[in-house]
Design a protein around this ligand. Structure first.
Ligand code: FPP
Length: 264
């Protein structure tokens, strides 16, 4: 839907970030289109994932440079296990290759790695790579690079509900109704600062316009931005366009006036 508006823009300045206006504090990205990117170039699908991984490095640096506080990347969903074994194995190796090379740069850039998802179900080498990356960057105070790995939005909500029920049964929690704020503590984004848990902006590449079980609770009031570019072709300029488009939106969070997150 937003693609239509984008094409109709007449103000050329809308493709550049206005640094007088707020930069989205939390950006989430569904990095789609790697397979098609590779196939168009007569390469195996996994070559697209490799280029996608290289692009994670470029966009991480750019987001950090722009002052984004949290960058959440959908790297592997709970549904992606349905893919051919070779592709799954390749995807499971990516975090190993990525962190092997990139952790020193992340430390230099003061970026902290976080991972949300069912980490215990990952192969040993993948789990070790992400745990080590978290450990090695845990003192960094800059942007949080938050990987969603073996993550699914419905599963996340069910896990939170079941955890709450268990705590109520054990008497660790009263039987009072659970409020919005409390519930968000139990979600996987509960590791983030309260005001940074919900993305301000969700970007999906490759022309698909759906959420695909990503951050179902957290995206309630996020601005959505879709681009036809495949993830490997998504550049710093595309990110600037998405942010500029975001800055032109009027966020009302269900109220009548433009307002801040959570304030109606
Ligand atoms: C969707 O594209 C993309 C994925 C399932 C994987 C995304 C992973 C990366 C970009 C690399 C992540 C990097 C690290 C460090 C973990 P698709 O394969 O569904 O593309 P298609 O729709 O063209 O088939």
């Amino acid at each position: 839907m937003f693609n239509i508006f984008k094409k109709d823009k007449i103000n050329e300045n809308q493709n550049t970030i206005d640094f007088e206006k707020p930069i989205p504090q939390h950006i989430a990205i569904i990095m789609d289109g790697n397979g098609r990117w590779a196939q168009k170039r007569m390469m195996p699908r996994v070559a697209g994932h490799k280029e996608g991984m290289n692009n994670v490095k470029r966009i991480t640096k750019e987001a950090n440079r722009l002052g984004v506080k949290v960058l959440t990347l959908y790297a592997f969903s709970t549904e992606n296990w349905k893919r051919p074994t070779d592709e799954v194995n390749f995807l499971m190796k990516l975090p190993v290759d990525f962190f092997d090379v990139f952790v020193p740069e992340l430390i230099e850039e003061n970026v902290r790695v976080e991972v949300m998802g069912y980490i215990d179900d990952l192969p040993e080498h993948t789990r070790t790579a992400v745990i080590n990356a978290k450990e090695q960057t845990k003192h960094n105070t800059g942007m949080v690079l938050n990987f969603a790995l073996n993550y699914g939005g419905r599963a996340e909500i069910l896990t939170a509900v079941n955890q709450l029920l268990t705590e109520q049964r054990n008497g660790q929690l009263t039987e009072e109704p659970i409020e919005d704020d409390k519930f968000s503590d139990y979600l996987m984004t509960g590791i983030l600062e309260k005001e940074l848990r919900d993305p301000d902006l969700l970007i999906r590449t490759s022309g698909e316009e759906r959420i695909s079980n990503f951050l179902l609770w957290q995206l309630a009031y996020s601005e959505l931005y879709f681009t036809d570019l495949s993830w490997p072709d998504f550049t710093a300029q595309t990110l600037a366009e998405a942010i500029s488009d975001y800055q032109a939106r009027n966020r009302r969070f269900g109220g009548l006036k433009e307002t801040k997150k959570g304030v109606n």
